[in-house]
Each structure stands twice: as C-alpha cells, then as structure tokens.
Design a protein around this ligand. Structure first.
Ligand code: 1GP
Length: 281
C-alpha cells in the first residue's frame, strides 16, 4: 500500500502538532466533522464531497461507517481525499491571498472493525465500544488492528464510544446496551470510566440516520466530566439539532447522512454551511 502523501511537502518535525492535539484543542467553538462512508460513493465522489465540506468549514473528515467495507475501498477513499486536499493546499500555497493551513484537515479512520484500515489516513478513532456486550467490539477488533496501525504509523486517538438510543445499526451490530435518554447517571459513569481508562475522546453516538439524535441531557451530563473531548453524532440533520448538541457541551458534531443523501454538490454546500454555522465555529 502506498504511504500517505499529504504532509510530504512539509518537513515533518517534532514541533508539528499531533492530530490528537488538534482534535482536543479547547480554544474556539465547537467544530464539525464530515463522515464519509466509503461504501456509499466512488473515491472520486468522496473526494469532491470532502472538498465541499472543507470549503464549508468542516474541520475533520472521518472515513468509515459501514461494517462490511473491505480495506481496499477504505484505502482508495482515503487516498482520493488526501490527494484532493494536497492539491488544494498546493494551490493555496501559490496564492498570497489564500490560507494554506485551511486545507490541513485531518483524514481520520472511523472504522467498523480491523478490516477497514488504511495507511493513507492521518489518524484513527481507536475506539472501545464501551457499552457493547461483545468482546470483539470491546477489545477484539482493536487487538487485530493494532499491529497494522503500528506498522502504518497511523496515529491512534484513544476514544470511548458509547451508543445511545435509538442506536440504529451500530447499536444492533455492536450488541450495545443502549443508553436511554434518562440514563444520566449511567452516561456519567461511562464518561468517568473513559477518563479513568485514559481515553482522550468520548463519542456519544445515536446511530447513523437515527430519527432522533443523542438527547441533550446525556450530552450535558457527559460534558461535566473534565478531561474528555466530547464528540456527538447520529441523526443530526438540522442546525437546531446541532445547536442543541453544542449548547449541551459537544465539542465536535459529526454528520454523515446529510452528505450522502444530498442530491448535488450545491445542495451539500447549502446544508453543510448551515450546520457548520450552527456549531458556532
Ligand atoms: C454515524 O454519527 C455518525 O456514526 C453520523 O450519523 O449519518 O446520522 O449523520 P448520521
């Protein structure tokens, strides 16, 4: 597999921020992640969508989602997105009016398992599905994937992943004991547990395409636990729902379906502009 290229034009040095440092930054407002599921479009279309997302102010690209996508497809998508970012970054570097750093956007694996990895990614949400009842999602896939990630040099972002109602397909496949909207003590316990494990990120997930997003009461409770960067996703389609998640304490909001089902790049631009503005970034 080819090695990643995006940062090849910049000398790597010890002063360069890690992806984890960028992700856990506490200054500024909440930020937006665009999730690209490699199973849902060609790598070329994925790259076009990702470029629109960055133009609209999305600050990170997640690649992943479906549980059965082979790594060749995941890799082709990561490469296409990285190459597109590299081209934009190069173009910006030639234009005194443009800000090159606006294209320094992390491409991060959001894997359904150890089969969905790529050396072309900058980092991976290295997740424990904390409320799964299956060993595979607690530690099994992670043990399978760790040697590959080590070999690839893909940075791990230690992430506690907690699936909340309604949970969708990830709740079913991951055999999760869903957190219900009034389980505030339980979500607090998961957040404390994530912190005690040393995770940097806590991701509250309602499931892709969920009819209702994670309840703000759960986000608010988890946000009380300091030392974790809170990511919220699943079912966020409107600026109002994004605003509610941010007001409750989300530092990152993830949207995927709004990108997949946009009928054109123009429609995608319109949707993402509104959602990113609702983050207050
Ligand atoms: C799924 O949280 C993400 O893992 C995104 O969900 O597709 O509902 O935006 P949506």
């Amino acid at each position: 597999m080819p090695l990643r290229t995006k940062h090849a034009m910049k000398p790597m040095n010890t002063g360069e921020e890690s992806v984890l440092t960028k992700v856990c930054r506490t200054d500024g407002g909440a930020r937006h992640v665009t999730l690209i599921d490699p199973a849902k479009q060609s790598p070329e279309v994925a790259a076009q969508r990702a470029m629109v997302a960055v133009e609209c102010g999305s600050s990170m690209i997640f690649v992943g989602g479906s549980t059965d996508t082979p790594d060749t497809v995941v890799h082709a998508t990561c490469v296409a997105v990285q190459e597109a970012l590299e081209l934009r970054m190069f173009a910006a570097s030639q234009d005194p009016e443009s800000d090159e750093s606006a294209w320094d956007i992390p491409v991060v694996l959001f894997p359904g398992g150890a089969h969905a990895l790529s050396p072309a990614a900058d980092a991976i949400t290295f997740m424990m599905l904390m409320n799964s009842t299956k060993r595979a999602f607690l530690v099994g896939e992670q043990v399978r994937g760790a040697p590959y990630l080590h070999q690839f040099g893909v940075e791990a972002l230690p992430t506690g992943y907690v699936v909340c109602a309604p949970g969708g397909r990830v709740g079913e496949v991951g055999a999760a004991e869903l957190i219900l909207e009034d389980d505030v003590e339980l979500v607090r316990a998961y957040a404390l547990c994530a912190k005690m494990y040393g995770f940097s990120l806590l991701y509250l997930e309602a499931g892709s395409g969920a009819e209702t997003p994670v309840h703000p009461a759960l986000i608010r409770e988890a946000a009380q636990v300091d030392g974790l960067t809170l990511i919220v996703g699943g079912g966020l389609r409107t600026p109002e729902s994004v605003r509610a998640a941010v007001d409750a304490g989300a530092r990152w909001v993830v949207t995927g379906t709004v990108t997949e089902d946009a009928s054109s790049l123009d429609e995608l631009r319109e949707r993402l502009t509104a959602l990113v503005a609702a983050c207050g970034a």
